[in-house]
Structure formats: C-alpha cells, structure tokens
Write a protein that binds this ligand. Structure first.
Ligand code: NAD
Length: 359
C-alpha cells in the first residue's frame, strides 16, 4: 500500500497506471528525474516488476525507492483505486495528476477477445475517472492511439481527421476519447485532460538497460525484428508486398520511445499550468517509413542480416499512415529529436544486452 510519507513532500505526486510497461517505464524514469513522486499501479499482465529496479538505477537518484510506490493491482478494481487515493491523501501526498497507460493493446487479440478490451480499456478508464473525480483530482494524460483514425482519407493525419477505427482495440480507444469529451464538458468540474494519440513507439533507453519486453506475443514490427536478430525467431514475416507504396510494404510513423516519454513530461507540465481543457494531440515524427526501409536501416546500423519473407496481408491493416504533429509542437514544449538510426540502434542494444528481456 502507499508508503507512510514521502521524504520530499513538496513534490507533486503522479499516479502512473501501467507504469511498468514499455511506455510507462520510460516515462516513469523521466518523471522521477523531473522531481515527481510516483505511484505506479500495474497488474504485470504484460510487464515485469524488475523494470522498477532499472528505473531506479537509471534515475541515479539517491534513495529513489522513497519516491516510488509500486502497487500490483488491476485498473478495474475500483476499491483499490479508492484506497490508493485515500492513502496518498492521508499521508499528505495527494495525487496531483494521473498518467493512464494501463490497458490492452493488441489489434489481433482485440478481435478475438473483445469483452476483455471493452472491460479493461473502457470500463477501467471509467472507474479511474470516477475515483479521480471523487478525490478532486482532475488532471489526466491518456494513452490514445493513431489506430482510432482507421483508413485515412487524407495524409498526414490531423487531429481533426475522421475517427473511424477498424478494429476493436481502436474502437475502445475512440470510445475513451468520447468519454473524455463528455466528462470535460461538465462545467462544475475543472478537468484538464490530454489524450496523446501515439503513432508507432519503438526503440529503447539509449543505455540498453530498458526497453520493450512484451510477455504477450509481439505483433509490432520492432520487437519482432529484434527477436529475429537475436535468434528467438527464425525470420521476419512481412505482411504484404503489394501495397500501393513506393516499395510495396506498409508505411508507418515510428517514434523513439524517449521522444514519446518526453511528450508526457511536456503534457504534464502544460496541464499543471492550464485551466480546464481537453486536448487531443498526435505524437509522431511526421515522417512515414516503409517496413523494408526499417529492415534495411536496422541491418545497416547494427551490421547484421534480418532474414524475412513476404506473407499475406493482415486483416485490418492499412497501407500508409503518418502524423501531422504540428498541434503537439505548438502546444507543448516538445519536439522529437531521435532519428530512425537511433531507433534501430537502441532497439538492438536493448535486445542484445537483455536477450530474455527483464527475466
Ligand atoms: N506501444 C504501442 O505501439 C502503442 C501505440 C498506441 C497506444 N498505445 C497505448 O499506450 C499504453 C501503453 O502501451 P505500452 O506499449 O507501454 O504497453 P504495455 O503492455 O507494455 O504496457 C501496459 C501496461 O499496463 C499493464 N496492464 C494491462 N492491463 C492492466 C490492468 N487491467 N490493470 C493494471 N495494469 C494493466 C500491463 O501489465 C503493462 O505493464 C496502452 O494503453 C496502449 O494501448 C501503445
């Protein structure tokens, strides 16, 4: 449960749901370095508690464990959420803001198990918002996804582009954004809300000590390439070579995990100074890269060969998507700085140094 008292009580306290996961862990590290106290709530369904040791080590902060409270639990457990807020308050460290990463994220799994996605993603978020409201905590950053746009009519994708998800996962993210819209209109409450629509987060901490360690079979490109490179998988399957793109493979907007993590810090700093508002922001680099471009860059930067073969297109895939990130650039004190080469180098460094992830 929540520790009796944090050492530095003037610091702000942030509840990070899903803080042990890929994006949550990198963001938690930056939050600590920025001086925030953290309460991390995670079920460890798709992460390993050992990541907290790495976060602590990389922070370089003395007695950092006094500034992180780790709670194993489920976002759907409303009683637990209430206890977390209560204890934080009793101990003079009320939760100032929430960064909500916890959720299920596999497109293919969502088509097989829709109830789980609606329950964890949507119901879990409703419970969180209810408990926040009850505790007068009205500041939240939510992990949304470019998946909500579905098949783009125009590129690059702007925040005002049509929301038209083509799979259950995307539907649940779009539904949560709708809930945010309704909640933010309640005049008697002063909600400050940002939904970050991530494009394709990849890479790892440049030290190679933290990275993506999916316990559920990865269906994202980068973990797959890394697992082929390390020999855990025989070859990369590329879904389709006849897409209407310059080399026939799909084009996506990949963003380095450290750039993505920084966008949360910038969002939090922005919200903590704002009056009530709801902002939806695309978080990408604005540059589209094809699957073959990624494979070639990965091979070149890391001096290795990635065996691959072309297989049938995946159901629900789209040819091209990339972000218009101008709105995020204008609202936040943020811009992506890492290159595609950095993404490929850091992914491989993490995989090479940790062939079995955190295990
Ligand atoms: N990685 C991506 O490509 C991507 C893209 C767009 C949006 N997102 C969203 O960003 C968020 C974080 O993604 P990630 O890549 O870090 O995923 P992740 O699976 O690494 O992290 C999610 C974390 O939430 C935890 N979790 C899952 N269900 C939970 C529950 N019911 N209660 C408490 N904890 C639970 C998992 O154990 C994990 O640690 C997710 O909401 C995801 O949908 C991710």
């Amino acid at each position: 449960m929540v520790r009796k008292s944090f050492t530095l009580t003037i610091m702000k306290t942030i509840l990070v749901t899903g803080g042990a996961g890929f994006i949550g862990s990198h963001t938690s590290l930056l939050l600590l370095k920025k001086g925030f106290n953290l309460i991390i709530l995670d079920s460890f369904l798709n992460s390993n508690p050992k990541v907290i040791e790495r976060i602590s080590e990389l922070s370089g902060i003395k007695n950092v464990q006094k500034r992180i409270e780790l709670i194993k639990g489920d976002i759907r457990d409303q009683k637990l959420l209430e206890r977390i807020f209560d204890f934080a308050k009793i101990n003079n460290n009320p939760i100032d803001a929430v960064i909500h990463f916890a959720g299920l994220k596999s497109v293919s799994d969502s088509l097989e198990n829709p109830f789980d996605y609606w329950e964890v993603n949507v119901l879990g978020t409703i419970k969180l918002l209810q408990v926040m409201e009850k505790n007068n905590c009205f500041t939240i950053i939510f992990s949304s996804s470019a998946t909500i746009y579905g098949v783009p009519k125009d590129l690059p994708l702007k925040e005002i582009s049509d929301i038209n998800p083509v799979n259950t996962y995307g539907e649940t993210k779009a539904a949560i954004e709708k809930i945010f819209r309704d909640v933010s209109k309640v005049k008697s409450k002063k909600w400050r809300m940002i939904t970050l629509r991530y494009f394709n987060p990849v890479g790892a901490h440049p030290t190679g000590k933290m990275g993506e360690d999916p316990l559920i079979e990865p269906n994202n490109l980068f973990p797959y390439i890394s697992q082929v490179a390390i020999g855990r998988k025989e070859k990369l399957r590329i879904f389709g070579n006849n897409w209407p793109t310059f080399d026939g493979t799909c084009i996506r907007d990949y963003i380095h995990i450290m750039d993505l993590a920084e966008s949360h810090i910038a969002s939090l700093e922005f919200l903590l100074k704002s009056s009530s508002l709801l902002l939806n922001l695309n978080i990408g680099t604005g540059i589209g890269r094809s699957v073959l471009e990624i494979v070639k860059t990965f091979e070149k930067v890391n001096n290795l060969v990635i065996p691959y073969s072309f297989v049938e297109r995946r159901e629900g895939d789209i040819a091209v998507n990339y972000a218009d990130n101008k709105k995020a650039l204008s609202f936040l004190n943020w811009r992506p700085i890492y290159t595609l080469e950095d993404m490929c180098r850091d992914s491989w460094k993490w995989q090479k140094m940790n062939p079995n992830g955190y295990k």
